[in-house]
Design a protein around this ligand. Structure first.
Ligand SMILES: Nc1nc2c(c(=O)[nH]1)N[C@H]1C(S)=C(S)[C@@H](COP(=O)(O)O)O[C@H]1N2
Ligand SMILES: [Mo]
Length: 524
């Protein structure tokens, strides 16, 4: 912070502007620049906002351990925390720069230019931009120019920077405040308008879509797949409750107009498919349980949905995969990419290039208009959202977003189980101590779930009806001899291959957690 006491300590000319006026000017100039730059970004398509573009660079430069920490500490709020950090840093810098400007106006002017250049440089290298580079850098350019013009105007109003126009010759509180108020008003209006725009193109085209009926529908969900127990995860996760994990600071705005899925690389025929081309192909419906590698034992990053899409094997057959290929590198509109074993996209599992989720076009945050869904593999090696590019390749020929950050290239989902009821420290009634949850072993299937109370023996739980081996399975168990007081419950699953969950704890990195989920609860 600027040292306010220097204001009286330094010899000053009559009417020298106070430090608070400088600090306020710094904040206002930065705010006005950001408001107008952000507004411009939102009016363009495929262009990150100045704050997001700086945030994107921060994500790209952050070491993996910091990301693990952020996901662990803040969960899906990690993006909000990052943006908050960028904004707070900028605010402090703007305050200090403005306060310095009271005695050193040229320094403040140069500092505003430097801030603009930093944002400009971030935009120049922003992999999330889908617009061309000249358009991508425009918002940060505008931010820098406006922030410079605004600080210059306010420094003149303060009488700090001599020269016409707007120079008052000395500090007059009233004249300064009128100028400051004007800047604040324009910044507020600009900031308000940014909320009106953005994501508009995708939202509009999504609203206009009616998905065709599936050529092959999923079998009905067997009766009894959903166990009647309050608090258990619903068998199908509603879209609004489905977990969201991605590196996108703002949801990529990908309208169906102009959408092209390119399939190329080690293929006989390159394909360029429009959204309509995809809808015109034989669509299949499959229920698949997605899981994130960042899911802690007992964690929330797992969900089950009915997906509508074209089999990846159909598309790859059309393109004609050449021999020697063992991987598919898929890329999103915002430049995120991942490698998936070719085998997982061509064997008999229900791997899809999906357009629908639970009877609707994909929600914007879940990859509209097109994403991948691959049963049995963690999302980071398979589930590319906002999918625009599929390149048939070889693992040895590329690294992808997470594999260049210490995660393994191949990552089948580690089977697991979770207690939904009781929730942590919840009380169960002694005459009906019923517990339950979900277990998943995608592509293999769950054969058995067992629970134990405290240090007791394992008890076999009842399983919900089996749907497919690509989905999770519910379980429940009633503790008939429940005793009052505090207890601990632990769960473990066994797959149809006869493997039982290990109690050994593995961390998220490099390829997912293991261990048993336990919950503390009470019986009364
Ligand atoms: N474009 C893009 N797609 C992505 C990601 C991403 O960061 N960017 N994250 C992946 C990860 S790690 C997971 S677990 C799934 C999550 O999909 P969901 O948000 O629809 O649940 O998306 C995958 N697809
Ligand atoms: Mo993930």
């Amino acid at each position: 912070m600027a040292d306010v006491t220097t204001e009286t300590a330094t010899p000053q000319t009559a009417g020298h502007a106070p430090r608070w006026a400088g600090a306020l000017s710094g904040i206002l100039a930065a705010s006005l620049g950001l408001a107008l730059g952000t507004l411009l970004a939102k009016l363009l398509t495929g262009v990150p906002t100045p704050i997001n573009t700086v945030g994107n660079r921060a994500i790209d430069f952050a070491p993996p351990f910091l990301k693990d920490f952020a996901i662990e500490q803040f969960g899906t709020a990690d993006k909000a925390v990052l943006i908050g950090g960028v904004v707070a840093t900028l605010a402090i810098v703007a305050l200090v720069v403005g306060a310095i400007g009271v005695t050193k106006p040229k320094v403040a002017q140069v500092a505003m230019i430097v801030l603009g250049v930093v944002a400009f440089a971030a935009a120049l290298f922003d992999r999330t931009a889908s617009a061309n580079i000249v358009i991508t850098v425009l918002p940060t350019l505008l931010t820098g120019v406006v922030a410079f013009a605004a600080i210059t105007f306010l420094l003149r109003r303060m009488g700090t920077l001599k020269g016409e126009p707007g120079s008052t010759g000395g500090f007059e509180r009233r004249a300064f405040l009128i100028g400051a108020f004007g800047i604040a008003a324009v910044a507020a209006i600009g900031g308000g308008l940014t909320r009106v725009f953005g994501g508009a193109a995708a939202r509009e085209s999504r609203a206009a879509i009616t998905l065709p009926a599936a050529a092959q529908t999923a079998d009905a969900i067997p009766a009894g797949a959903q166990i009647d127990l309050k608090g258990i995860s619903p068998y199908i996760t509603p879209n609004k409750d489905f977990y969201r994990i991605d590196t996108a600071l703002s949801v990529p705005d990908v309208p169906t107009d102009g959408y092209v899925l390119r399939i190329h690389g080690m293929v006989d025929r390159e394909l360029n498919l429009t959204y309509q081309d995809l809808l015109d192909m034989p669509l299949e419906e499959h229920r698949v349980t997605l899981t994130c590698v960042s899911n802690e034992v007992g964690g929330p990053y797992v969900g089950n949905a009915t997906w509508l899409g074209i089999r990846t094997s159909t598309l790859l057959e059309m393109a004609g995969v050449q021999s020697g290929a063992d991987a598919v590198l898929s890329t999103s509109a915002d430049g995120w990419d991942t490698g998936t074993p070719l085998e997982a996209l061509t064997d008999d599992r229900s791997s899809l290039v999906a357009v629908g989720m639970n009877g609707e076009p994909l929600p914007l945050i879940h990859g509209f208009p097109v994403r991948m869904v691959v049963p049995g593999l963690y999302g980071y090696v398979s589930a590319t959202k906002w999918l625009v590019d599929i390149e048939v390749s070889r693992f040895q020929d590329f690294t992808a977003y997470w594999t260049s950050r210490d995660y393994t290239a191949e990552a089948p989902i580690k089977f697991s189980s979770r207690i939904d009821v009781p929730a942590s420290f919840e009380a169960l009634p002694i005459d009906n101590a019923r517990v339950g949850g979900v277990a998943w072993a995608q592509t293999v299937g769950i054969a058995k779930v067992e629970v134990k109370i405290d240090d007791g023996g394992w008890n076999e739980a009842e399983l919900g009806a089996s749907d497919t081996d690509e989905t999770w399975r519910q379980w429940s168990w009633t503790w008939d001899e429940a005793t009052e007081g505090r207890h601990n419950i632990t769960v473990r699953a066994t797959t149809k291959d006869g493997e039982t969950q290990t109690s050994d704890r593995a961390p998220i990195r490099p390829n997912g957690t293991t261990g048993w989920h336990s919950v503390q609860f009470r019986v009364e």
